[in-house]
Design a protein around this ligand. Structure first.
Ligand code: GDG
Length: 461
């Protein structure tokens, strides 16, 4: 079988437990087939010569990890700048948070060119190349310009916004044209494919050829939805391991007279955490029966703290949680437990299993793996209820969750109340269907279907 080469911004040792959807899913893929994982080392070289990265190589079981250092200037423009101040906010429909500083694009291009230049000599003729996420959209175009003929696939982990929003990015045409250098472009959800389709016909004056094939700028690409999943068996094993069971028992003991609601997210403005806290506040205001009982545990793991918008969301959430506790708390009950730290992965399933309601309410999300992990961790005999934002990619698959519009505080509060009162039979029936879907389209299915599509693609003429 052809060797798999994965390229992503960050590289993680697949043998170590990693926090973050991308790292977890890619680790799964590479361990199965073996191969090369290429990306940024995480090291920033102060005052280094611009654009020239030192390469590190390391063997991790069947996987070779090859990573590059970045100069401060490149890192700031490529990663902090274009990736996280332009692409992340715009792709999550947040034009108000975008910063279209003209200095960012040069760094983004430079790093993509550097990646291509350093990767090219490591490639073998029949490698299958799989590029991940918004940091590396132009990588295939750079590789092709250097003569690379191998099959190259791209998977976008975040949503593709509607044409009218995408068009706000000054370089939108260049970005979208870059996607046509790939053989296969994978999105999380059908809605992303629709946005791609509309962009191609309305903005690029291209056409849909049917069967997920699109033609524009004289090139053809396949673009389909490949919803990412979790490793259900691994997550179940984690759920039944000692750390998770201990966690579950501790929570059950401590909250024996209470109902737990749980949110676990990176502290990102796309995740709708303040909106969730407001809905919880409304629940307490409208239904006093929940006083001294309903407790929201919100784990918000620190992320991208050197981008301003992330400091703002942190302050907003802290003051909101403080106000809810101040207004509703009692000496023996605090309604919100807000934890601004990463919890150990081994404990996550125990927390999920103890929660009567899982709150996954992003304003926009490519997929959202926490929704799937929450379902997998439940006791099938007495499962909790998933409250899921209709704006998460996962909502296309997880139809038996209670779907909410997270902007609608009142409606979300009502749905949380409904979740808290759902009869056992209904909870079991919904859980069974959700788990079956999560099992059917798990992370192995995702990898297999994407790589099959890439192998079957016609390739460079
Ligand atoms: C991107 C897209 C897409 C979170 N907090 C802690 C922790 N986590 C783990 C979760 C889950 C992962 O991180 C988060 O995955 P998500 O899918 O929710 O979100 P993003 O990080 O934004 O990922 C997303 C994903 O890529 C995959 O394609 O689904 O839409 O935005 O596994 O459990 N893990 C630990 N402690 C924490 O505090 N250990």
């Amino acid at each position: 079988m052809a060797r798999l080469v994965v390229i992503s911004n960050r590289v993680a040792d697949p043998r170590k437990p990693a926090a973050g959807g991308l790292a977890v899913a890619l680790g799964e893929s590479l361990q199965q087939t073996g191969g090369l994982w290429f990306g940024w080392s995480g090291t920033i070289v102060e005052d280094g010569p611009t654009g020239e990265g030192e390469m590190h190589r390391q063997q991790a079981g069947k996987v070779t990890l090859a990573t590059l250092d970045l100069s401060r200037e490149d890192h700031d423009a490529y990663y902090l700048g274009y990736s996280n101040k332009v692409l992340w906010p715009v792709f999550h429909n947040r034009l108000d948070l975008a910063n279209f500083d003209a200095g960012f694009i040069g760094g983004y291009r430079r790093v993509n060119q550097l990646f291509a230049r350093k990767l090219l000599p490591l490639l073998q003729p029949d490698d299958i190349i799989w590029v991940h996420d918004y940091h590396l959209i132009p990588l295939a175009a750079e590789l092709r310009a250097m003569g690379c003929k191998q099959k190259i696939g791209f998977f976008l982990h975040i949503p593709l916004p509607p044409q009218i929003i995408l068009a706000a990015i000054p370089q939108h045409e260049w970005l979208m044209r870059s996607l046509f250098a790939y053989d296969v472009v994978g999105f999380q959800a059908q809605q992303d494919v629709q946005h791609f389709d509309r962009y191609v016909s309305n903005e690029a004056h291209g056409e849909s050829l049917g069967h997920d094939r699109f033609r524009a700028w004289g090139q053809t690409v396949r673009a389909s939805a490949f919803p990412i999943g979790i490793d259900v068996d691994e997550f179940l094993a984690l759920t039944h391991a000692k750390e998770a069971r201990d966690m579950h028992e501790t929570m059950k003991r401590e909250y024996s007279q209470r109902r737990l609601l749980l949110g676990i997210d990176r502290l990102d403005y796309s995740k709708g955490i303040p909106q969730r806290a407001r809905a919880f506040r409304e629940l307490l205001a409208r239904y006093p029966e929940n006083h001294r009982s309903a407790t929201l545990i919100q784990i918000a793991s620190p992320t991208r703290e050197d981008v301003d918008a992330y400091g703002d969301i942190r302050r907003e959430l802290e003051s909101l949680c403080g106000a809810i506790n101040g207004d509703y708390g009692e000496l023996d009950w605090m309604p919100v437990r807000y934890i601004h730290r990463t919890v150990a992965r081994k404990r996550v399933p125990g927390l999920c299993r103890a929660a009567a309601v899982g709150l996954v309410t992003p304003l926009r999300d490519g997929m959202n793996l926490v929704a799937k992990e929450y379902v997998a961790a439940q006791d099938p005999a007495d499962p909790g209820v998933l409250v899921l934002s209709r704006f998460a990619g996962a909502a296309e698959q997880l139809k038996e969750a209670l779907l909410v519009n997270p902007y609608d505080t009142h409606g979300t509060a009502e749905t949380i109340q409904q979740a808290l009162h759902m009869p056992l039979e209904e909870r079991r029936a919904r859980h069974q269907k959700l788990l079956a879907r999560i099992r059917e389209q798990d992370v192995h299915w995702w990898r297999r279907t994407f790589l099959e599509a890439l192998r079957d693609a016609p390739g460079v003429e």
